[in-house]
Design a protein around this ligand. Structure first.
Ligand code: NAP
Length: 326
């Protein structure tokens, strides 16, 4: 029986699908594996289920002679050397769409948490400091009818925009490299990045990490923002220069930040923890029971499709690589 290796425990639904066709080995430890550990485990595998935190480079792929598919458990694709996978005829798949709503909802959770000091207020209440209603306690910021700027108006960005437009009557601006077909649906206007940053009350990053987005938001860009604007990142840490974000928070250049992702995860710049106006989450954008189950089934079905000689539903490098185009 061919083998599939899964680098982290995923919902059982996907493992059940895989076990009908493969010997399945799952890393049972609640930690990410090192590159060497991944290499050790995939020597004779047909497929691997990888997390977006697993760096799958040339060395890793070369260590697995029989590898036919890398099934990423996430929509982001920046953790895999796609060109090299294609050269080696290894299919690379991801899980777009099913995590859109969960990630967009989390973005709104971050916006509300930062705007209304929710994390600080919770700590305050638990610690027994609450002594009754106070007219000046933890005053936050309202966003009804204000302006939101979405950087990356794709599936997730447009879902955040829809909630902004129709839930909070917000004016929606966006920045994409090309015009988004979603702009009419969510009544949004495409503008240049600098304009978006200058006029938005909330700025949300929902663009993938690629060659054009690395450190797209830096000191110069933060300096364009309103000094009470909130900055939210639910995409990838590397889209933002962390030193420059810290500079912006230290110097009150922006009003606050909400982050779900960090540069060089799992590293985390502990200076961020020093800001009360900053809410920090451990990369949980897609972390709902419903979404994670769907992702689990998709990665499994992607691998089974390749095993059966079919093109998986979600290929990143499908093109000519698909065993059979369908
Ligand atoms: P998507 O549908 O492909 O949308 C991405 C959007 O970003 C597109 O509209 C694209 O438009 C735009 N874009 C791409 N490169 C850009 C650049 N350099 N500058 C400005 N805009 C750019 O992707 P999605 O499903 O919404 O996911 C977006 C990203 O969210 C993923 O790649 C992943 O990194 C991240 N994510 C994070 C979590 C989490 O747990 N926090 C969960 C899911 C996804 P153009 O091509 O026209 O520029």
């Amino acid at each position: 029986m061919d083998k599939v290796f899964v680098t982290r425990r995923i919902p059982q639904a996907g493992v059940d699908i895989l076990e009908k066709y493969f010997k399945v080995e799952v890393n049972g430890e609640e930690r990410n594996l090192s590159k060497d550990e991944i290499i050790e485990n995939i020597k004779d595998t047909f497929g691997i289920v990888t997390m977006v935190s697993d760096k799958i480079d040339k060395e890793v792929m070369d260590s697995a002679e029989n590898l036919k598919i890398i099934a990423n458990y996430g929509v982001g694709i920046n953790n895999v050397d796609i060109d090299y996978a294609t050269r080696k005829k290894i299919l690379f798949t991801n899980t777009p769409g099913v995590l859109t709503q969960a990630t967009a909802e989390l973005a709104w959770g971050l916006i509300m948490a930062v705007a209304r000091n929710i994390v600080q207020a919770d700590k305050f209440t638990r610690s027994g400091e609450f002594t009754g209603f106070s007219p000046t306690l933890m005053l936050g910021k309202e966003f009804y009818s204000s302006t939101i700027g979405i950087i990356g108006m794709g599936r997730i960005g447009s879902s955040i925009a829809r909630m902004a437009r129709y839930g909070f009557n917000m004016n929606v601006l966006y920045y994409n490299r090309s015009k988004s077909e979603k702009e009419l649906v969510v009544d949004a206007k495409r503008v240049q990045l600098d304009e978006l940053l200058s006029v938005s009350d909330i700025v949300v990053v929902s663009a993938p990490l690629n060659s054009e987005s690395k450190h797209l938001i830096n000191k110069e860009k933060f300096e364009l923002m309103k000094n009470d604007a909130l900055f939210i990142n639910v995409a990838r840490g590397e889209v933002v220069d962390t030193d420059d974000l810290i500079y912006a928070l230290e110097n009150n250049i922006i009003g606050g930040a909400g982050l779900d992702v960090y540069e060089n995860e799992p590293d985390f710049d502990t200076r961020l923890a020093g800001f009360k106006n900053c809410t920090l989450l451990p990369h949980i954008g897609s972390a709902t029971v419903e979404t994670r189950e769907k992702m689990s089934k998709i990665v499994a079905n992607n691998i089974v499709s390749v095993y059966k000689g079919r093109c998986p539903d979600y290929t990143v490098n499908g093109g000519d690589l698909c065993p059979a185009k369908n």
